[in-house]
Design a binder for this molecule. Structure first.
Ligand SMILES: [Zn+2]
Length: 227
């Protein structure tokens, strides 16, 4: 089956075709399209412009970390564990959350908060220092922003294999992103943000871990580990 080839060359080739096609479609939408298509095309071009500026600033602030994040969007799961279609869907199906995740990670690099960027199984982890004695994460498509009280500890690949709960949980959210696509921010992202705030403000004895999205992430994280 084409998506399970060992040689990632074909994946890169298909990805280049997809990326070039999205640019061409955005351009065509602006030139030829109906008003709604023109708006989509212009939003796409503006977002890409913002992304480019953030990348340039990030590279000038910390070349190594910014380059690792930039490249992470094109590093594919060499094991096929997340399935190769994940590598391709991210450029279209997961576009909104990948944009937000990338911007969040790059802004943190620019602010000097990031300690480590590592891509494991096609998912890029951006690790910041967290003053409190805990570890929290935000998954946006194939980009996971983590705040850890031990940001310098060993490789994330090793931590995942040692069954470090937070990393497994966030991998589960990347599966949710694959399932929900453009609806991910609405179905998972927004309710999760509200849920965290409710727990922090102690509204109605709410527990974030009981939210449906959190239970899904735990289940999907366990599924990824079994692959
Ligand atoms: Zn979660």
């Amino acid at each position: 089956m084409v998506f399970h080839v060992k040689n990632n060359g074909i994946i890169y080739l298909i990805a280049i075709v997809i990326i070039v096609s999205t640019w061409l479609m955005a351009g065509a939408a602006i030139v030829l399209g109906w008003p709604i298509l023109k708006i989509f095309g212009m939003v796409f071009i503006i977002c890409k412009g913002i992304e480019l500026i953030a990348t340039m600033v990030g590279l000038s602030v910390d070349f190594r970390l910014a380059m690792a994040l930039c490249k992470g969007r094109y590093v594919y799961d060499e094991t096929g564990r997340m399935h190769h279609y994940q590598s391709l869907l991210r450029h279209v199906w997961e576009m909104p959350q990948m944009f937000v995740g990338y911007m969040l990670g790059m802004c943190r690099i620019i602010m000097g908060k990031v300690r480590k960027v590592e891509t494991v199984w096609g998912v890029t982890f951006v690790v910041c220092e967290h003053a409190q004695n805990s570890c929290v994460g935000v998954s946006l498509g194939p980009i996971v922003n983590i705040a850890s009280n031990k940001p310098h500890e060993e490789s994330i690949r090793v931590l995942i294999q040692q069954d470090m709960g937070i990393y497994k949980h966030e991998l589960g959210h990347t599966v949710d992103s694959l399932i929900w696509g453009w609806l991910y921010l609405l179905v998972i992202g927004l309710p999760s943000m509200v849920s965290v705030q409710m727990e922090t403000m102690r509204i109605g004895h709410h527990k974030h871990c009981r939210l449906y999205a959190e239970r899904w992430a735990n289940r999907h994280g366990a599924w990824v580990m079994k692959q």
